[in-house]
Design a protein around this ligand. Structure first.
Ligand code: PEP
Ligand code: MN
Length: 648
């Protein structure tokens, strides 16, 4: 049962409600959900719902329709984001955990950690205590193994997760691990759940091989009711009549659990299928079905593994899997989480100055208002909690970054259907002190949005950003009678309809906007039609900008773009035959791939052009620097906009 408290409830009334519930045998859990304060009353208590509703300070009382309460989306509609050190699991990111089945030696866990980290894993897994089906199988190295794993996690900047098999061990292990794993065989070991939950650390709760979704969620309820807030659910295959695979991955559990619960759901494809060659396809299917991440077994030499070798990926296979996930992420509206390498790695790359220190006040600017696509891009890059600074134009984003009111900014530069957003390219020239520190590709699904009750036939006016119109050209061509009104961004167009409200009465039902679904939700409007962009492969490339310190623009720490592999340059060349060719020849001879080349008129110099070039930085040390040095001698006006991590 849930009690939603009145806004501005007095501490006295709140205390009286607590006493009332406790006296009647309830255990209470208090939560702040957005701007609503909620008391969850759990356990075997008895109370009259009507009487409860009349207590001073109670806004409303709701009985949950499920046997679990704390894990239910009815109690908490928004996604829980679980934080483990620098790693976040849930929301719009895909977080990948990897490592061997078991810690076998210090050298083995160190080697694996280095490999999975390099490929993009954000957490290290490994069993120190292995619950094995056979008493004669390798049981793990115990505390020694955990110490090795902690050292490996620290060396490579990854939090660790390891299985805990008994309540006594939970206490001994608590300072060595960052997250506890409750294994499939222990999912209903209630004493273990209670003890681990009470420690308060994040927990990865695997689904039991024969557990129903409800039983699994009730086990998670045990953890939350015992005190931890941070639980990640892990589907790892269930026992069915099929024997070809080790278990059967219940892929439908992913969307089902995500609708029943606010907790993040990840998938363990390794234990689900048990066959190396089948792990990656199943992992990709899990991401497509909406999983918030994966935990994958990887071993440097699977043939020598002491446990689960046949299902462990070779490091190269894992690397390939992460590249595939990165390419797939925008399609499911997510971003593969990457975290910065530890300090030593940063110093090695020698490319960057110290990152800006993360401060609560370090805002990120974007053009538009809540619900704008740029805000979605910002959330992907910096997380939901990043303080945001909405401003009125792209230029204002550059201004905010320049004057320090924002630590970074997010601006679109290119769309896969309509091409470059020239305004932002031109702003880079006007703001020489601003550099590019990151990029991100966002899938854009446009919707036709209007006030509830608006009929398609009554629409006369469509509002959006010119990019919104351009990307939905074919849809708009079917309605030549519609009049287009340009707004500074798509979310503002939606907001304008919501704000007109009552004053316009009838007129308001003749207006619609083109924007994202998030904007419709934000302003309480209705999506009349979704997916109206001309082609579903519609992506916008955003860049993250920051103010330069010396020659480079320091990346905000949350970006994790520690090893830049892409750079943006702009230059002009002399007005004579072969001058552009000479520049391109330098890049060609050094084997540097050009990913984009674009010319823009130089303002005030008719028929002269600037060339904007994006290049892929080769791995070989010094090659890129040499090319830049040579380019400077062949160009007239040369500017290095920044180096950053390419987004696939
Ligand atoms: C493991 O992750 O190492 C493991 C034993 O998994 P499960 O509990 O899902 O079998
Ligand atoms: Mn295993």
């Amino acid at each position: 049962m849930i009690l939603v408290l009145s806004k501005g409830i007095s501490p006295h009334d709140r205390e009286m409600i607590r006493i009332y519930l406790q006296d009647r045998g309830f255990t209470i859990r208090e939560q702040q959900l957005g701007d609503e304060a909620i008391i969850g009353a759990i356990g075997k208590g008895v109370a009259d719902l009507r009487e409860l509703g009349l207590l001073p300070g109670v806004e409303r009382v709701a009985a949950t329709s499920k046997p679990y309460e704390l894990v239910s989306r009815e109690t908490k509609p928004e996604d829980t984001i679980v934080t483990v050190g620098p790693v976040k699991i849930g929301g719009s990111r895909i977080s990948v955990i990897a490592g061997p089945c078991a810690v076998e030696s210090k050298a083995q866990i160190m080697e694996t950690a280095a490999q999975v980290r390099e490929s993009g894993a954000v957490m290290l897994r490994g069993g120190a205590y292995k619950p094995r089906t056979s008493p004669y199988a390798f049981q793990g190295l115990g505390m020694k193994g955990l110490e090795y794993m902690k050292a490996a996690g620290e060396a490579y900047g990854m939090p660790i997760v390891t299985e805990v098999v008994s309540p006594e061990l939970a206490v001994q292990m608590k300072d060595l691990t960052d997250m506890f794993q409750i294994g499939a065989r222990n999912m209903q070991n209630f004493e273990l759940l209670k003890r681990v939950g009470a420690i308060g650390k994040p927990v990865l709760l695997k689904r039991g091989p024969s557990a129903t979704i409800e039983e699994w969620l009730l086990s998670a309820e045990y953890l939350l009711a015992s005190g931890t807030k941070d639980v990640v659910l892990c589907e790892r295959g269930i026992r069915t009549f099929e024997t070809y695979t080790r278990n059967t991955l219940d892929i439908s559990a992913i969307p089902v659990v995500k609708s029943l619960s606010h907790l993040p759901v990840i998938v363990d494809p390794s234990h689900a299928v048990g066959i190396r060659a089948k792990v990656s396809p199943v992992a990709l299917a899990a991401i497509a079905a909406g999983a918030d991440g994966l935990t994958v077994e990887v071993h440097p030499r699977p043939d020598e593994a002491l446990s689960d070798g046949p299902q462990s990926l070779y490091p190269e296979q894992f690397e390939r899997l992460l590249r595939d996930i990165e390419a797939m992420a925008p399609v499911v509206g997510k971003e593969l989480l990457r975290i910065p390498q530890p300090k030593a790695g940063l110093a090695d790359s020698g490319k960057r100055t110290e990152p800006i220190q993360s401060k609560e006040s370090a805002k990120v600017a974007f053009s538009g208002e809540s619900g704008a696509y740029a805000e979605q891009a910002l959330i992907r890059a910096f997380g939901e909690e990043a303080p945001r600074l909405p401003v009125a134009s792209f230029r204002a984003v550059f201004d905010a970054v320049l004057d320090g009111s924002a630590a970074a900014g997010v601006v679109p530069v290119e769309n896969s259907l309509t091409g470059s957003i020239h305004e932002n390219y031109d702003l880079f020239l006007r703001y020489p002190d601003i550099g590019i520190v990151g990029e991100l590709k966002l899938r854009i699904v446009h919707c036709l949005i209007a006030r509830e009750g608006t009929a398609m036939e009554s629409i006369r006016i469509i509002r959006s950003h010119p990019q919104g119109f351009a990307q939905c050209r074919e849809f708009l061509n079917q309605y030549p009678q519609w009049q287009l009104e340009t707004y500074t961004n798509t979310a503002t167009a939606v907001a304008s309809i919501a704000r007109e409200g009552a004053a316009q009465k009838e007129a308001v039902f003749t207006v619609a906007a083109i924007a994202g679904e998030v904007a419709a939700k934000e302003f309480g409007l209705q999506v009349l039609k979704s997916g109206i962009e001309t082609n579903p492969l519609n992506y916008t490339r955003f860049v993250i900008i920051s103010r330069r310190v010396g020659d480079t623009a320091p990346a905000p720490p949350s970006l994790g773009s520690d090893k830049p592999n892409k750079a943006s340059l702009v230059f002009s060349v002399s007005d004579e035959p072969g001058s552009l060719f000479a520049c391109l020849q330098i890049l060609s001879e050094k084997g540097i791939n050009i990913s984009k080349l674009e010319s823009r008129p130089i303002q005030g110099q008719p028929w002269r052009y600037l060339f904007y070039v994006d290049v892929i930085i080769p791995d070989t040390k010094g090659v890129f620097e040499a090319a830049i040095g040579a380019l400077k001698t062949k160009t007239e006006d040369f500017r290095f906009l920044g180096s950053y991590r390419a987004s696939l």
